[in-house]
Design a protein around this ligand. Structure first.
Ligand SMILES: Cc1cc2nc3c(=O)[nH]c(=O)nc-3n(C[C@H](O)[C@H](O)[C@H](O)COP(=O)(O)OP(=O)(O)OC[C@H]3O[C@@H](n4cnc5c(N)ncnc54)[C@H](O)[C@@H]3O)c2cc1C
Ligand code: SF4
Length: 503
């Protein structure tokens, strides 16, 4: 008889992003656990130093928490570790196409006994499959996050009163997304949860130094939760002190406030130490207890039950080919200052701030990713595939599944509109409205021509010109093309941007 889920003592192998009770508790609570530190995985890409630290710290803390139940093997490769372990293991579906292929090979080779569904998301892949098919069995011709999100709210009974959304509306976006408060250099919220480093972190730091792995970014104190206990503390701290301002300043940027009112939960969520439904239920409870306003709570729940789940499901739905989409024909290589996170080589304050955040913490908040880094890359025609690889390795929360739809789709429009109905690009006016960066910048957001012409404002017109045919065919972007045609200095702006060396 082969080992299977029926044998309660069949060991369970956990990948480094499956380290919470959703993976090893419940029906698996008695199984021996196998954890693997594979050096080949650490060396696979040019990762941020702090990302490697978080992953190793999470694995070693899981070993410490699980005690004798867990075996941690350090090996060159996963395959070597499984051979030396010497028993077939169960494993949950991993989170990337390549890892999925790999575990199925291991299954054919007898090293893996069975591949179980991934319990780390609210909705299973098979349930999404049902949703994605229309009543007649054919695939939906159009996916909209809003439809998916409403279905998630109904299915999981979140912020619902019977069949209706609490407050009579599904979406409070219009109440959220304000510019930063005037006259403030930081938001009036307590700082985010900060874990206390321990001996495990100290050893991880020594080991990473000794391994001599080529990384990007600077080392620094551990800023993110890596254990289920730390994740619960981080969640509780966010819900109690920061959630109330989340929606309102979700899209705002302040130079002196790197975290704003964001939750910093993407790392524990993506390591699997925090289950998304725990975060969703805690936020809903805060609303029911009168501790946070509905727009803030709805805005936060939308991110996790909506966007995060949607991106995960579309990763599988669109398949591996999606990564090679390049609808806008963008082929520019990422410049060295970008890949080396050399923020000091950048003058544009918004870009400098975002890049410095990635260098110093491996993290930048959503609007910096979308409307600064992504916007710059889109305007300059960076290769979407290279950009996606960069996001996956330079960010502490970067994982294969989360990149394609966020980077290829939402930020670069390289999928031709499967995820977002129009390219997310803007000139300096948007950044000026939503941040305090422009005041500290040598460029002027209102200028498109001249030495101090804002690279985002001028870049916006250059982008609009480059894709005028495509943009004029889309109702949501046609006006940009008509405005561009009225610019009397367009040729000079295009010439200037063709030769721009300084950002
Ligand atoms: C170009 C680009 C690249 C991104 N890369 C990543 C990435 O590598 N890893 C990652 O987890 N998220 C990524 N995101 C989504 C989002 O920016 C981050 O999840 C968020 O900034 C993490 O900070 P936070 O935990 O404080 O999030 P909050 O602002 O507090 O939001 C709460 C949670 O919502 C979830 N979430 C919100 N939007 C998304 C989304 N679009 N996709 C997935 N989850 C979402 C995250 O889990 C996040 O922790 C990217 C977005 C863009 C536009
Ligand atoms: S002026 Fe332009 S480049 Fe400078 S901070 Fe503002 S938007 Fe960014």
């Amino acid at each position: 008889m082969t080992a299977s889920t029926q044998d309660h003592d069949t060991p369970l192998w956990l990948f480094a992003d499956q380290l919470g009770p959703a993976f090893y508790g419940g029906p698996h609570a008695k199984r021996p656990i196998l954890l693997v530190e594979a050096e080949s995985a650490l060396r696979r890409k040019h990762f941020h130093r702090q990302k490697l630290h978080l992953v190793l710290s999470a694995l070693r803390h899981a070993k410490a928490d699980l005690g004798d139940r867990a075996t941690l093997i350090r090996a060159g490769t996963y395959r070597e570790a499984l051979h030396s372990y010497g028993r077939p293991v169960l494993v949950h579906e991993p989170t990337s196409h390549s890892a999925e292929k790999f575990v199925h090979q291991l299954r054919s080779d007898g090293l893996v006994a069975e591949v179980l569904p991934n319990p780390g998301f609210a909705l299973s892949r098979s349930e999404f499959g049902h949703w994605a098919r229309q009543k007649d069995g054919r695939s939906r011709s159009r996916f909209r996050m809003e439809d998916f999100y409403r279905e998630q709210r109904r299915r999981f009974g979140v912020l619902m009163e019977g069949s209706q959304p609490v407050g009579g509306r599904w979406n409070f976006d219009t109440d959220n997304r304000e510019p930063p408060p005037k006259g403030h250099s930081i938001l009036a919220v307590p700082p985010p949860f900060r874990p206390v480093e321990d001996d495990i972190d100290a050893q991880v730091r020594r080991d990473l130094d000794a391994m001599g792995i080529d990384t990007v970014g600077s080392d620094g104190p551990r800023l993110f939760a890596v254990t289920p206990r730390e994740a619960q503390e981080a969640l509780a701290q966010f819900i109690e002190h920061r959630l109330a301002l989340f929606g309102r300043y979700e899209d705002a940027m302040l130079s002196d406030d790197w975290a704003m009112s964001h939750s910093l939960l993407s790392v524990p969520l993506n390591l699997g130490v925090l289950h998304p439904l725990d975060a969703v239920h805690a936020a809903e409870q805060a609303y029911r207890d009168g501790a946070a306003p509905l727009p803030a709570v709805e805005g936060f729940i939308r991110q996790i039950l909506g966007w995060r789940e949607y991106m995960w499901q579309l990763y599988w739905h669109f398949g591996p080919e999606y990564l090679d989409s390049n609808h806008l024909g963008a082929h520019t290589a990422l410049p060295d200052w970008w890949t080396n996170l050399d923020a000091d080589a950048v003058q544009a304050e918004c870009l400098r701030q975002a890049l410095a955040g990635v260098r110093d913490r491996g993290w930048a908040h959503h609007i910096q990713r979308l409307m600064v880094l992504g916007n710059h890359a889109l305007q300059r025609g960076y290769s979407p595939r290279a950009l996606s690889d960069w996001f996956a390795s330079a960010f502490v929360d970067g994982y294969a599944w989360v990149m394609p739809t966020n980077v290829i789709g939402m930020s670069q429009h390289a999928d031709g509109g499967k995820v977002a109905t129009k390219p997310y690009t803007s000139g300096g006016a948007y950044i000026s409205k939503m941040s305090d960066h422009c005041r500290r910048c040598p460029f002027d957001p209102k200028k498109r021509l001249g030495e101090d012409a804002c690279p985002f404002t001028a870049g916006y017109w250059a982008f609009t010109h480059r894709h005028a045919d495509l943009l004029s065919a889309n109702m949501r972007t046609a006006r940009a093309v008509s405005s561009m045609k009225r610019l009397t200095d367009l040729d000079a702006v295009l010439e200037q941007e063709r030769h721009r060396q300084v950002f």
